[in-house]
Design a protein around this ligand. Structure first.
Ligand code: BGC
Length: 359
């Protein structure tokens, strides 16, 4: 009987120890909030799932939320919940860079580090780090492409061109636009580029929410009001800051009768599946590839460093001031993409399968 009792006692102690250590191990697992702007654009779905996968593989719990289709109050609520549920760090790709100031005060009070993902969160001193691509560099790649494709330095006749950029509340546009204009503006100034609509300000050329439909509508209006068409007023090129806008522009140009044989030069960014198909079909000229796998990896290593109390790797301490001071940043490198290099860039690298591109 004594033996049995002491056996039971040992069993009880052992069981309690196992359960107790199980519980304490669970509560040691850190939780990372990931807030993405929309489900409706391919790139953010990719970014979100890449990050979830990589964070989980690194041993973190992940609370991944999408703010419907770019719904600002939803994003604010989701971030608030992440703060209230004591996430250990929060990664945010903001819809409106200036809409999170209030809610992030709570993060700052609770000492929760915030990483601004791809787009800079403005006017908040709660932002600890920024991870993105060289956004000015994206615009430079687009501008240089157009300059070289139309040989702007040596031509004797002017070219006709229209301009599109993205959401006015996305700080990235300042850089995409600035980079492209750093190359193209001198040619506008000396008359080599003619913009018939006269719309050459970033504000006039912006596209709410980077919407394909909005870009299409604006291109349709430009076609009608300036008489552009294969048999009308010449249109040599359209600058578009990204692919979702380029796709709307392509739709409008195809409607107006342009084909792959006389299609105006058209830029983009992201190498979205639809745009890669358009490039192969000759209805978009180029895009800029931003390997979101690299960005996700960078952010996961930033989080990991922060959680272990060390300094994340930074390669830029001067470019991005969010209104409260410079935010230490890591900038990944954007790369030119087109129908000429998509095979090695996108397929050989495992980013897309030939199937996804309809090949
Ligand atoms: C991103 C682009 C994207 C755009 C629209 C920008 O902030 O940097 O890659 O095309 O948002 O989602």
């Amino acid at each position: 009987m004594k033996k049995l009792l002491s056996f039971l006692l040992i069993l009880m102690v052992a069981t309690t120890t196992v359960f107790a250590s199980g519980t304490s191990e669970d509560s040691d697992v850190k939780k990372i909030g990931v807030s993405m702007p929309t489900k409706s654009l391919q790139r953010w779905n990719q970014d979100g799932s890449n990050m979830k996968e990589k964070l989980e593989a690194a041993g973190y719990k992940v609370d991944l939320q999408y703010a419907g289709d770019n719904d600002i109050p939803t994003q604010v609520n989701q971030v608030e919940n992440m703060i209230m549920s004591n996430c250990d760090a929060i990664i945010i790709a903001a819809i409106d860079g200036s809409a999170l100031t209030e809610v992030l005060k709570e993060a700052k009070e609770k000492d929760i580090p915030v990483i601004s993902y791809d787009r800079l969160i403005m006017n908040s001193d709660a932002v600890s780090y920024y991870a993105t691509f060289d956004n000015f560099g994206v615009g430079v790649i687009q501008g240089e492409y157009l300059r070289d494709a139309m040989d702007l330095d040596n031509r004797t006749e002017p070219v006709y061109m229209e301009f599109f950029t993205g959401a006015p509340d996305d700080n990235n546009c300042v850089y995409f636009w600035g980079g492209a204009m750093s190359i193209l503006k001198p040619y506008l100034d000396n008359g080599t580029i003619i913009c018939k609509s006269g719309q050459t300000d970033r504000g006039q050329c912006s596209t709410p929410n980077w919407s394909t439909e909005e870009a299409q509508k604006r291109m349709e209006n430009l076609i009608t009001s300036n008489g552009y068409g294969p048999n009308g007023q010449r249109l040599d090129a359209v600058l578009s800051s990204n692919d979702s806008c380029a796709q709307g522009i392509t739709n409008a140009l195809v409607e107006a009768g342009y084909t792959k044989d006389n299609f105006p030069y058209l830029t983009g960014q992201d190498c979205d599946i639809t745009s890669v198909k358009n490039m192969i079909a000759g209805t978009q000229s180029m895009s800029v590839f931003k390997d979101t796998r690299t960005l996700a990896e960078k952010v996961v290593s930033m989080v990991d460093a922060l959680m272990k109390g060390s300094e994340p790797e930074i390669n830029d301490r001067e470019t991005y001031d969010n209104g409260t001071g410079i935010i230490p940043s890591f900038l990944c490198t954007p790369v030119y993409g087109s129908a000429d290099n998509y095979q090695e860039l996108l397929i050989d690298s495992g980013y897309y399968t030939p199937d996804q591109l309809g090949l």
